[in-house]
Design a protein around this ligand. Structure first.
Ligand code: CTP
Ligand code: MG
Length: 288
């Protein structure tokens, strides 16, 4: 792999309501962040994952995610994909790993996932022949998403020329989307974002909130993560001071870098509100 993925996970989750920082709240028995990193680790291009953890949570997050990577790599090299190398001892819990690793959408009942996590965390890392999985780095995040990304960026190991930035809150993002973004950067784009069409009719409003004109949705896209960058481009953009941006593509674009689009994925939606968490839970537990 030639990709480092930065995972800003230090947000409070205010819109989700009172509770722990959003990335550490539970989805199907394990934290939202676990799901996000588990799926990143299953993408063959990913060589390093750098998480920006909530304040004071660096050590627990490191412990949590070592497990997410081990189980993901075991699942990837094991019977779920039918690959042989080094997978001789993969059975039972690993066989019950999430269905997103196969061509089918995720269909794993929550109790089975929880069992898989518990069983797998008792084992040693995958041995012999298989992919050994991305290296994991955990740093403390900052007061804004942009600061959290900058902290993670500073911890990226040498030798990786592509850096992607991925919201922890996009817990169910398929590994295939990571591969699509990485491939576009490898093909020469300095900055790449996944996009989806807008399905609702959209209107502008005036300062008082009164409806103004309809905005043609055919000319609009919703932007997701992971967003991929040539490493030098992201480093330069973060080094410059300027107005805050809500995502990294906005930051590099303000510096004059063109941003390319690839097809996004509905499963990469961001868990923002209680409705989104209910949707994610339903997707994770849906019967085949
Ligand atoms: N994030 C971060 N550091 C911050 C703020 C946000 O790392 N200081 C991360 C969040 O953890 C999340 C991603 O940026 O994975 C997208 O942010 P958002 O969905 O807005 O999450 P929160 O800021 O946690 O939620 P809210 O805005 O509702 O408080
Ligand atoms: Mg926020």
């Amino acid at each position: 792999g030639d990709v480092a993925v930065l995972v800003p996970a230090a947000g409070l989750g205010t819109r989700l309501g009172p509770g722990a920082p959003k990335a550490l709240r539970t989805l199907g028995g394990v934290p939202i962040l676990w799901h996000a990193v588990h799926r990143l680790a299953a993408a063959p291009s990913v060589a390093a994952v750098v998480v920006a953890a909530p304040r004071g949570q660096v050590d627990p997050v490191r412990a949590l995610l070592a497990d997410a990577i081990v189980t993901s790599v075991r699942s990837t090299s094991g019977s779920v994909r039918g690959a042989a190398a080094g997978a001789g001892d993969v059975s039972g819990a690993a066989t019950a790993a999430p269905g997103y690793l196969s061509d089918a959408p995720s269909r794993l009942p929550v109790p089975a996932l929880t069992r898989a996590v518990v069983a797998e965390s008792a084992r040693a890392p995958a041995a012999g022949g298989g992919r050994c999985g991305p290296a994991l780095y955990v740093v403390e995040g900052g007061a804004s998403r942009q600061e959290s990304v900058a902290a993670a960026l500073a911890a990226v190991p040498a030798g990786l020329d592509i850096v992607a930035v991925h919201d922890a809150a996009r817990a169910l993002t398929p590994p295939e989307l990571v591969e699509r973004v990485a491939a576009a950067v490898r093909a020469g784009a300095p900055a790449v974002v996944p996009v989806l069409p807008v399905v609702d009719t959209v209107r502008a409003v005036d300062v008082a909130g009164a409806l103004a004109g309809v905005v043609d949705r055919a000319g609009l896209r919703r932007i997701q993560t992971p967003q991929g960058f040539r490493r030098s481009v992201l480093v330069e953009a973060h080094a410059r001071s300027g107005p805050a941006h809500t995502d990294d593509a906005g930051l590099v674009e303000a510096w004059g870098v063109p941003v390319a689009a690839v097809a996004g994925a509905e499963e990469a939606f961001k868990i923002t509100t209680p409705y989104d968490l209910a949707l994610a839970t339903a997707l994770l537990t849906a019967a085949p």
